[in-house]
Design a protein around this ligand. Structure first.
Ligand code: ATP
Ligand code: MG
Length: 232
C-alpha cells in the first residue's frame, strides 16, 4: 500500500525541499519505491523542450525528481507552476486563472498510479497556504488524509511558529507524525542557543524528532541523519 507523507514547514525557505529530497534519498536507499509530488510552485524558469513547447520548470520539483526512483516527468511531479516567485494564488489571479483542489487531487491520483511504497509530497510556503476562494493547500492534505512531517527552521521565533503550525495541523484532524530540526545557519557562536531551542521543542511537541539537520551540502549525508525507523 502506498503511504503518502506531506512535508510542511514553519515558513517558506525553512528547508522543505532540502528535507523532502533527503527523506526521498533515504527511502530509496532503504529499498522503497518512492514517488514525489510538489503540487504547486511559484518561481519557475521557462524552458523550451526539443519539440518547441514551452514549459515552466521549478527547481524544487527537479531536486525531488533527482532523488525519487519512479518514472515521473516534471509536469507530473509539479502540475501547477507559476513563473513569478510570489504567493501562488496571487500569481494565478494576475493570469486570470484559479487554482482548484480537483486539479491538485487529480495530480495526486496520477502519482498514486506509480504504486510506490511512498509518495513524498512537498507543500508550498507554510501550513495555511491560500489557494484563493477561501481554500487552502491544507484542504488537499485533509481530503487525502496524509500524515504530516513538520520542518522547523531553528531560529528566533521558531518556537511560536512551530507550536502554531502543529496546533493547526491537529485542529485540521490530521496527524503530525514527526518533526525535523533544520539549522543550516548554525555557527560556533549560536550553536548552544540552537540546541536550547531544539530541546524546548522536544519538550513542547508530542511527536518525535526525526532528524537534526545542520548545514550539509551533500543530500546523501543529510539522508543519513534521518531516523527512518520512526516512519515504518
Ligand atoms: N541543512 C541545510 N544545509 C544546507 N543547505 C540547506 C539546508 N537547509 C536548507 N538549505 C538550503 O536553504 C535554501 C532553502 O531551503 P529549501 O529550498 O529546502 O526551503 P523550502 O522550505 O523548500 O522553501 P520553499 O517554500 O521555497 O519551497 C535552499 O537553497 C536549500 O538548499
Ligand atoms: Mg521548497
Amino acid at each position: 500500500m502506498t503511504k503518502p507523507i506531506f512535508i510542511t514547514a514553519t515558513d517558506t525557505d525553512a528547508g522543505k525541499t532540502y528535507f523532502a529530497a533527503a527523506l526521498t534519498h533515504a527511502l530509496v536507499a532503504a529499498g522503497f519505491k518512492t514517488a514525489v509530488y510538489k503540487p504547486i510552485s511559484a518561481g519557475c524558469e521557462e524552458k523550451t523542450d526539443p519539440q518547441g513547447n514551452k514549459q515552466l520548470i521549478n527547481q524544487d520539483a527537479l531536486l525531488l525528481q533527482q532523488q525519487a526512483n519512479c518514472q515521473q516527468g516534471i509536469k507530473e511531479i509539479n502540475p501547477i507552476a507559476f513563473k513569478a516567485a510570489i504567493a501562488p494564488h496571487i500569481a494565478a489571479k494576475k493570469l486570470q486563472q484559479t487554482i482548484s483542489l480537483t486539479q491538485i487531487e487529480t495530480g495526486f491520483e496520477v502519482c498514486y498510479q506509480q504504486q510506490s511504497d511512498y509518495i513524498i509530497c512537498e507543500g508550498a510556503g507554510g501550513w495555511r497556504l491560500p489557494l484563493g476562494k477561501k481554500l487552502f493547500l491544507s484542504d488537499f492534505v485533509k481530503a487525502t488524509q496524509q500524515q504530516v512531517i513538520l520542518v522547523v527552521n531553528i531560529k528566533l521565533g521558531c518556537l511560536n511558529h512551530a507550536l502554531l503550525t502543529f496546533e493547526s495541523i491537529k485542529s485540521d484532524g490530521l496527524t503530525c507524525i514527526a518533526w525535523v530540526a533544520n539549522y543550516p545557519e548554525a555557527t560556533a557562536e549560536n550553536l548552544s542557543y540552537i540546541y536550547d531551542n531544539i530541546a524546548e521543542l522536544c519538550d513542547l511537541l508530542p511527536m518525535p524528532l526525526l532528524a537534526k539537520l545542520p548545514y550539509q551540502k551533500d543530500i546523501s549525508l543529510a539522508a543519513e541523519q534521518i531516523n527512518l525507523a520512526l516512519l515504518t
